[in-house]
Design a protein around this ligand. Structure first.
Ligand code: PMP
Length: 451
């Protein structure tokens, strides 16, 4: 066994973690994960737990997906890299594009533009949205709308449409021309409205008001997650996303669905947009597209948007955007194998069934633990418990206490994620009912530890 204290010291002196204070890795050394199998991870000290985070909402098929590992190994042997910039392509990415086109056909999406991850996908979608309007001679449409509490990655474009100050304040000034409307977040919202349907209407009205205020002719696109993930698993009322679609269509504003988390089955449907009966103009994907085994993403493009680019005669449609790793053959091979396994195992169905068990279990915890202010989820395998130190005042729990919840849950059998005052659960979609029980027991123990 490796010496864990020595590794933790080395980690602290040589490595800065994303989304963490650089000094924190000495004060609160991270768990050193050294292995994984199925839906479980094990650490350097030999402790094994169910991974209720699912990597980072991406390891949908678990850690032992042999076909994906084999596809990666084979592709590395045959062609480890080549660029897809104009002039060259590769067979893996051609085949993947055909498969994705079929998979996303019900969403009206017909072309793929490849990226290296979610933030790249968001950046790509924002750029393509502006370019779409320029091609059409509508160059005044440059602004973006998004939801407060939304998360869209950390590039400057994505951070600008991000709806959480933690990812913005230290990096301002961000991109001008980005405006945020209230999210349909029933537990806390500026309207004091707790009824989901009424709240949805109020948020849609706020959107319509913002468009009138800005002038529709200045707005390129609205970006939203069908279920808000990192912001704390906010599941909108069923009228919300269709309402957004209707308003965007009425005003010529493109709708970008950020499905970096929700595409490929997490919500119980194959995509979050499909779940709400909405066809977006652009869709950002990443994460589960390769089950987390390779950094990769794709922006899917609606037929009418593709046509605008492809039929352009003005010369404005040439795409001055792309990444060294766009269409990476190893990523493409991983994605192809992943998609085949995702469909074969019908992981969306297991996400819906196990998600219902998990949600029922965490809801029951709200009755037992005064610490639980709100429980959200119920749409596939993603849940959040928002913890408070005072239920009546809805005072968010402090960082140290929620850290203790996480530690106790880990000791009791599950890795959970904490983000602000939220415990977030997003396990692999292939977990069993027994695994769900293990997670619930661990969360319960975590909450009991600080009660
Ligand atoms: N969009 C959404 C909705 C996300 O959840 C994330 C990542 N959690 C991103 C974009 C950014 O993805 P990445 O971390 O791969 O850049």
């Amino acid at each position: 066994m490796k010496d864990s204290n020595f590794l933790k010291e080395k980690n602290a002196r040589s490595f800065w973690h994303p989304m963490a204070h650089p000094a924190d890795s000495l004060a609160n050394p991270p768990t050193i994960v050294t292995g994984a199998r199925g839906v479980r991870i094990s650490d350097v000290d030999g402790h094994e737990v169910v991974d209720a985070v699912g990597g980072l909402w991406n390891v949908n098929l678990g850690f032992s997906c042999a076909p994906v590992k084999a596809a990666i190994a084979q592709q590395l042997e045959a062609l480890p890299y080549y660029s897809t910039f104009r002039g060259t392509t590769n067979d893996a990415v051609i085949e993947l594009s055909e498969e994705l086109r079929e998979f996303f056909a019900p969403d009206g999406l017909e072309r793929a533009f490849y990226t290296s991850g979610g933030s790249d996908s968001v950046e790509t979608a924002l750029r393509l949205a502006r370019q779409y309007h320029k091609i059409r001679g509508d160059a005044g449409r440059t602004k973006f709308l998004s939801l407060k509490k939304g998360y869209h990655g950390t590039h400057f474009g994505g951070a600008s449409v991000n709806g959480n100050a933690n990812f913005r304040t230290q990096y301002e000034p961000l991109m001008p021309g980005c405006y945020h409307i209230p999210a349909p977040y029933a537990y806390r919202n500026p309207f004091g409205e707790t009824d989901p349907e009424k709240l949805s209407q109020l948020c849609l009205q706020a959107l319509a008001d913002e468009i009138a205020f800005q002038g529709a002719e200045t707005i390129a696109a609205l970006i939203m997650e069908p279920v808000l993930g990192a912001g704390g698993v906010i599941v909108p009322h069923e009228n919300f996303m269709p309402g957004v679609r209707e308003i965007c269509s009425k005003h010529g504003i493109l709708l970008i669905a950020d499905e970096v988390i929700t595409a490929f089955g997490r919500t119980g449907s194959w995509t979050g947009s499909r779940h709400w009966g909405v066809q977006p103009d652009l869709m950002c994907t990443a994460k589960a597209i390769t089950n987390g085994y390779f950094p990769f993403g794709a922006v899917m493009i609606a037929g009418h948007v593709a046509e605008t680019f492809e039929k352009d005669t003005t010369g404005r449609a040439s795409i001055g955007h792309g990444y060294t790793y766009s269409g990476h053959p190893v990523g493409a091979a991983a994605a192809l194998a992943c998609l085949a396994e995702t469909k074969r195992l019908k992981v969306n169905e297991n996400a819906a069934a196990r998600g219902a068990e998990l949600y029922a279990g965490v809801r029951a915890m709200a009755d037992k633990h005064a610490l639980v202010g709100d429980v959200r989820g119920g749409q596939g395998l993603m849940c959040a418990l928002e913890l408070v130190s005072d239920r009546a005042a809805k005072t968010p729990i402090d960082k140290s206490t929620i850290g203790k919840v996480q530690e106790a849950a880990y000791q009791s059998g599950a890795m959970i994620r904490v983000s602000g005052p939220n415990v977030i659960l997003s396990p692999p979609l292939v977990l069993t009912s027994d695994d769900v029980q293990t997670i619930l027991t661990a969360v319960d123990a975590g909450l009991s530890a600080v009660a």
